[in-house]
Design a protein around this ligand. Structure first.
Ligand code: GAL
Length: 348
């Protein structure tokens, strides 16, 4: 018997399996599992603590503190990852390996890096909290790159608005204007400052919120601004709180708990509120860090879609959830409080 039909069958079967494999892969459910170890596309735990997300077109870039055990202990690192679905993360590289900045020596602190893209200067500008051992310096530092995942060059450090600055947060409004949120201990509160035209400095104070909070994050949702922060308890979690205002300048409401007080924000601390606008719904994602101070590289990420609207914002108990960035619809798969799976994100 001729081998030909068999060969043809094998080729067709291989093609069908290959196609089927692609379909399966394409439909791989995008499930986010808060608190579990998140692996990148190399199979290595993601190192992007205290991080921030920059969206360029359909790609999300995640920058954060890289606390890998293999790092040179005399340097401070920022890693960059990218994703199209906020679930599968491609590792790019360590975009910053900072050594002895400003003569601070090997105990220097680099935390909460956030990258903004300036469309006028076509420059990526990274803000970070720079400090001396013991957190006495209280400054922000800036590093820039012409390429999103290029080598960021250290530029300078300064005290925004001449104020002490520790935890920083990043906010880009719907009109593209960019803001830095920073905690200032002597003033017992935190500032929202507009960046200068080239993003190389802060330009002016937009708001001072007299509440001693850090881990500041902001989202603009349905015409209202929501600001979120944690109390000052270092690496230990506490009940994070939020306030709202019709404008960034205020007036801000009093602060309310985002979750039951005893849950301590489900053992996490706020880092960012990410707005995912799809063609069916808008989901706001709480991005928090579950710090492990003795093994910082093993700190986990707690991301959950918040229940938001009408001046209220609630963080549901962590549970696996699915996000479709195209439609903007989020679905909590195993809600702990309710029996049925819940759809989050308000429809347009
Ligand atoms: C937290 C802060 C972290 C880190 C830590 C050090 O309050 O949010 O970024 O600075 O303190 O104790």
């Amino acid at each position: 018997m001729s081998q030909r039909p068999l060969l043809l069958f094998a080729i067709v079967a291989a093609a069908v399996l290959n196609w089927y494999g692609h379909v399966i892969h394409a439909e791989k459910p995008s499930v986010i599992k808060p608190g579990e170890v998140w692996l990148d596309d190399r199979g290595v735990p993601i190192q992007a603590h205290g991080g921030g997300i920059l969206q360029l077109g359909k790609t999300y870039y995640w920058f954060g503190e890289d606390r890998s055990q293999s790092n040179d202990p005399e340097k401070r690192y920022v890693a960059c990852y990218s994703s199209k679905d906020l679930v599968h993360w491609h590792y790019h590289r360590q975009v910053l390996a900072m050594s002895n900045p400003e003569g601070l020596g090997k105990g220097a602190i680099l935390e909460r890096p956030k990258v903004f893209y300036n469309r006028t200067t076509k420059t990526f500008v990274m803000y970070m909290h720079l400090d001396s051992p013991g957190y006495k310096l209280a400054r922000v530092a800036i590093a820039t790159s012409k390429i999103v995942d290029g080598d960021y060059s250290y530029v300078k450090s300064f005290r925004p608005l001449n104020q002490e600055s520790r935890d920083i947060g990043q906010f880009v409004d719907d009109d593209g204007s960019a803001y830095l949120i920073f905690e200032s201990r002597p003033t017992k509160g935190f500032f929202i400052a507009a960046l200068s035209a080239d993003y190389m400095d802060v330009d002016r104070q937009v708001s001072f919120i007299p509440a001693p909070l850090e881990g500041g994050a902001i989202v603009h949702y349905h015409g209202l601004y929501y600001v979120l922060g944690s109390h000052l308890t270092g690496w230990r979690p506490n009940p994070n709180v939020y306030a709202t205002a019709p404008s960034l300048a205020g007036p801000w409401t009093t602060f309310r708990d985002i979750a039951p007080v005893e849950a301590n924000t489900y053992d996490s601390q706020s880092s960012m509120l990410l707005k995912v606008v799809g063609n069916k719904a808008t989901t706001v994602v709480y991005m928090g860090d579950r710090w492990e101070p003795k093994t910082l590289w093993d700190s986990r990420y707690v991301w959950m879609p918040v229940d938001i609207g009408d001046a209220k914002m609630t963080l549901p108990a962590p549970s696996p959830w699915r996000l479709d960035v195209k439609s903007g619809v989020a679905q909590i798969l195993v809600p702990t409080a309710h029996a049925a799976s819940a759809l989050v994100g308000e429809s347009h």
